[in-house]
Design a protein around this ligand. Sequence first.
Ligand code: COA
Length: 376
Amino acid sequence: MRFPEDVPVLTDAVVTLRAHTTDDLDAVEAMCQDPEMQRWTTIPVPYLRENAVNYLAQIIPNGWRDGGIWTWAIEYDGRFAGTVDLHDGRGQGGEIGFSLAPWARGAGVMTRAVKLVVRHAFDELGWNRVIWRAFVGNWASRRVAWKSGFRGLVVVPGGGTARGVRMDEWVATIGLDDELEPQGNWWTVPELEDGGLRLRSFRPTDAPRVAEACNDERTQVWLAGLPSPYELSDAEGFIASRLDNLATGEGVSWAIADATTDQLLGCVSVFDLKNRMDKTVGEIGYWLHPDARGRKVMSTAVGMVIGHAFTPITDGGLGRRRLKLLAAEGNTASAHVAEVNGFTRVGIEREASRRRDGSYDNDLCFDLLRTEWPGA
Ligand SMILES: CC(C)(COP(=O)(O)OP(=O)(O)OC[C@H]1O[C@@H](n2cnc3c(N)ncnc32)[C@H](O)[C@@H]1OP(=O)(O)O)[C@@H](O)C(=O)NCCC(=O)NCCS
């Protein structure tokens, strides 16, 4: 192909993809100074003007001429906003890469650009699969991939390299017959306030309180699956894994905080949201820091979460039809939280929860149907 004459212009009326020109030099150089660019891509660091010159004069034109890398400039709001490329095209498939100048982020620009390029790969290049790869932790990129319809995400430990350093990678793909639309739910954590409590996302600074709560004697008795002792690193891991829980659609966890001081009091979760048999059910689980017990904190928090769980997905809720709650027989405080929130005790799962001494507790089973919820 000839560069730039044969570079197809792709547009959806908001975003236009075109051949790069030498006029993009300053913008390319500026974009590559951004710490996010340097952290999540493989560009040279430090990024010098000569790198940008080489990129525009050699790498991009040669990529089109040799047919190995197809790179477009993204034009948005009347100016250069970033780049998107297809590369490693072999055997009717290949990979996508992208980056955007900081000023243009968060407006859906990259999702638009990705969809244009993926359609081009399928319709014009004859590909039947496009692969997206990102270093683990690049949530903005993961969200773009999800919004564009990439699916089947896996983690490849040490799957990529940046400037000689091995990095864990996320990989997902989209196939010729797949819709370019999100697959599954990516939940959010809405902030809920009632009764002096604020239910919010966990923050890294909550870790010491999480560790205290999960090391507490009673928590350790009733949640025997928790590490023992429960280290600060366990708490940090728990907090970090909440994002993945949301992104995969598995569940939502709220930090229960004092509405005045914002101090962490406990955790309440709705989980099992991707139940294999029924995607309209969910289970509620919780734990409380010992200094927050005995003053209805968990009863209030569970009440708030029930409302969100039963709210339709189209109204920002979790769209549940039935909620389940298990409390080990003998855990009177936990059973009480279920009862005051209108759950019905429907049975006993015998020898269902393993204790630390190797014996098993019966679990009391509670459920609540949306039709029984006063807000329905
Ligand atoms: C990745 C990148 C291209 C995204 O561009 P963008 O135009 O902001 O993308 P979009 O607006 O289409 O979507 C970004 C989404 O990620 C979300 N997001 C951003 N940071 C996030 C975070 N830390 N956690 C969760 N979501 C995040 C945004 O809210 C947005 O979602 P929304 O539209 O539902 O609100 C841009 O951030 C970038 O250039 N980063 C540096 C280079 C890079 O990482 N390239 C990809 C390498 S694999």
